[in-house]
Design a protein around this ligand. Structure first.
Ligand SMILES: O=C(CO)COP(=O)(O)O
Length: 258
């Protein structure tokens, strides 16, 4: 069976309609020649979703939201329902990102409700999990922490369609400007643990991607020296040329130095 490789980016609170269009144009050109065993996904801010869905129709780009509520409609000011995302044509939704957990108080239970609701309306889900710096050097604690995040988030999910769920391992200590760059040996073991736990919980094959300070330099080893099925990239994928270079380099189609 061909191994599918996943490359995604979360734009966080970045980009304008204009710079989003420049990005989708450049990535669309790459995707026109892209091998069938690759999946690319992007999570723009909510207001850019309709534009990007329209501009990338037929390219195969998977376009998703960065969050959603677990309820279909109602008095939840500022929230967006999975049903609405589905109706506007979004393909998937990012849930459990470390920034949502830390800055907006999202708990494993809330993320579990969101995952269940999103999957039930037929959206794909990219579920983020990851430990913070305080436990990273304690393998047993990290293991049980990741197991708990997974078992609560996936505790009430329906039967999955193929490729409907992706798990993103994003250790909190490795995310964003000023974070510790991840060493492959540090994340390889956790990725193995996650693979094992996910296989126990879910019948369907669930791709697992690595995210957190992925760069042109560390992308190849993070992809090829671990069990990761792909890479989830933040700030270094805001530039579409760099996003494409990271993909091509990680897949061995280009070298880091050219
Ligand atoms: O949070 C991330 C993707 O969701 C990763 O962000 P960075 O690649 O900027 O560390």
């Amino acid at each position: 069976m061909t191994r599918i490789r996943w490359f995604g980016t979360n734009w966080k609170m970045n980009k304008s309609p204009q710079t989003a269009r420049e990005w989708t144009t450049a990535v669309g050109t790459y995707m026109a020649e892209m091998p069938a065993d690759q999946r690319l996904f992007v999570m723009p801010p909510y207001p850019l979703l309709p534009q990007i869905l329209q501009d990338t129709k037929g390219t195969g780009l998977i376009v998703g939201a960065q969050n959603c509520h677990w309820v279909t409609s109602g008095a939840f000011t500022g929230e967006v329902s999975p049903q609405l995302l589905k109706e506007i044509g979004a393909h998937n939704v990012l849930l459990g990102h470390a920034e949502r957990r830390k800055q907006f108080g999202e708990t494993d239970e809330m993320i579990g409700r969101k995952a269940s609701a999103a999957l039930r309306v037929g959206l794909g889900v990219v579920l983020c999990i990851g430990e913070d710096a305080s436990i990273k050097d304690d393998p047993a604690t990290t293991r049980s922490f990741l197991e708990k995040q997974l078992s609560i988030a996936l505790g009430d999910i329906p039967a999955l369609a193929p490729e409907q769920l992706v798990v993103a391992y994003e250790p909190v200590w490795a995310i964003g400007v000023g974070a510790d760059p991840p060493a492959v040996y540090e994340v390889a073991e956790q990725l193995r643990v996650i693979r094992h736990v996910v296989d126990q919980i879910v019948n369907e094959h669930v791709p697992i991607v690595y995210g957190g300070s992925v760069t042109l330099e560390n992308g190849p080893s993070l992809l090829t020296e671990t069990v990761a099925d792909g890479l989830f990239i933040g700030r270094h994928a805001l530039d579409p040329a760099m996003f494409i270079r990271i993909i091509q380099t990680a897949l061995g189609e280009r070298s880091v130095v050219e």
